[in-house]
Design a protein around this ligand. Structure first.
Ligand code: ATP
Length: 433
């Protein structure tokens, strides 16, 4: 049996651009030909050779010597290295000193996001899943650690936004199904109030009395007032974000373009440092440069401060070397969640082509299923289940219920109706916040 390092990259910090390294590897296979090192950043690894071999009867350990030259402009502050075969990997410089800041085996990095057997159905009009409704998300498990950058991909309607909102504590699920930094995302308000968990998504909207919910934010307020109005912000970080997003502090929010408004929104969302950041397609309105600079900023944040970032997007341009992990969702089910280097397709195809290939396969499968259903005389598409527990799941009765403003994600709501000739008022505040 060969120990696989597949998901156990080792992380090293602050090397010189060119370094001579000595590695010590341990595993249960003594085939010297198996020694290859894989690096997360473009570099050449020269002269990898085992110098000593020891065996304790069960494991073999090798000392490996090599020199690394990072490609021009690719020298990272932190890079990951994995041995193709062996589990244990230590690195020292040629004087035998262990590399500074090194974690010897990276699966010791703390888990920041843990999703276990997640099941979720959007609530009906009474705040409960309609009786008989098929869960939108089911059997969904995913674990991410400090410093992971996970790209969340999937077709329109696959459930990406829903998943990010659940992680952001906007929809209630069982406390054990979703843990962020060891806490329940929905029930533990400390996560968002401390700023440790940040959610950035959708358009910047607010609820305005008499005008309704979800009105685009368009007050005549200068960007400076908004950005400098947030208390307790590190001025250095603020200046860096203003520079990265190229914000003109004189912009007035009611006459800015969509992209300019988006830049201010992103800046506000990132002003306070976070440990877990959830991004729902926030770069749509950004121009190529702003997008690239923002992605670099986020990459640096995760590499230097261990932030975990989950980013749902349909735009893969410039993302090839950004994620450490890829999670693919289809119909609310996790199809794949892996470190990027363990996805075989990515060895031959670009990120975009790989995802295109998966989506094409998915749509062909859906077409096949619909065709079969048609042949069997069944409706091609599932009919959405509506109804409520109050009305006993009967859509005819449910239609008698009066929805005076409740919708998913809304706090203020009252449901009024008539049941067995008795008037009742129900609050569905217990469900969402
Ligand atoms: N508040 C809601 N109530 C009921 N169903 C909803 C609600 N919001 C979304 N849905 C449904 O849940 C499914 C998943 O939607 P979601 O927005 O999570 O998908 P997505 O993967 O983010 O899609 P896109 O790529 O288009 O943004 C869709 O079928 C959508 O109609």
């Amino acid at each position: 049996m060969v120990d696989s390092l597949a998901s156990l990259p080792v992380r090293f910090y602050s090397l010189h651009a060119d370094a001579a390294l000595a590695f010590n590897v341990k595993g249960n296979n003594d085939n010297e030909d198996l020694h290859t090192l894989k690096f997360s950043s473009p570099c050449s690894c020269n002269g990898l050779r085992p110098t000593t071999k020891k065996s304790d009867g069960q494991f073999f350990t090798f000392d490996l010597l090599c020199s690394i030259n990072f490609d021009k402009g690719a020298f990272p502050n932190l890079f990951e290295c994995r041995h193709s075969t062996f589990r244990q990997l230590r690195a020292s410089n040629c004087n035998g000193e262990e590399l500074r800041g090194m974690t010897s085996v990276s699966d010791e990095r703390p888990v920041t996001v843990e999703i276990k057997d997640l099941k979720f159905t959007y609530p009906g009009i009474d705040g409960h899943p309609p009786p008989g409704a098929k869960p939108l998300i089911e059997n969904f498990s995913l674990t991410l650690r400090e410093g992971d950058r996970c790209l969340l991909v999937g077709a329109n309607g696959a459930g990406k936004t829903t998943l990010l909102k659940i992680l952001g504590g906007k929809h209630m699920v069982e406390p054990d199904m979703v843990r962020v930094l060891g806490r329940s995302a929905f029930h533990d308000t400390y996560l968002t109030s401390s700023g440790n968990l940040a959610y950035l998504g959708g358009e910047w909207r607010r609820d305005v009395a008499f005008a309704g919910f979800d009105v685009p934010l368009q007050m005549d307020i200068p960007a400076q007032k908004m950005i400098f109005g947030l208390q307790g912000v590190d001025p250095k970080r603020r200046d860096q974000l203003i520079k990265v997003l190229d914000i003109d502090l004189n912009w007035r929010m009611h006459i800015v373009s969509d992209g300019q408004r988006r830049r201010v929104q992103i800046c506000m969302g990132l002003l306070r440092p976070y440990k877990v950041l959830l991004l729902d397609e926030i770069t749509v309105d950004l121009d190529v440069l702003a997008r690239a600079d923002l992605l670099n900023f986020l990459k640096e944040e995760s590499e230097q401060h261990g932030a975990t970032v989950i980013y749902a997007t349909h735009i893969f341009d410039g993302l090839q070397s950004w994620p450490t992990h890829l999670a693919y969702v289809a119909n609310g089910k996790l199809q794949l969640a892996k470190p990027i280097k363990e996805i075989p397709e990515l060895k031959e195809l670009s990120l975009m082509r790989t995802i295109e290939k998966w989506l094409r396969k998915e749509i062909e499968e859906q077409r096949r299923i619909r065709k079969e259903r048609k042949v069997q005389g069944l409706p091609e598409y599932d009919t959405p289940v509506e109804g409520s527990r109050v009305a006993g799941g009967d859509p005819a009765k449910a239609s008698q219920l009066l929805n005076n403003g409740w919708a998913g994600g809304r706090l203020h709501s009252t449901l009024a109706g008539r049941d067995k000739e008795q008037l009742y008022d129900l609050s569905s505040n217990r469900v969402l916040r």
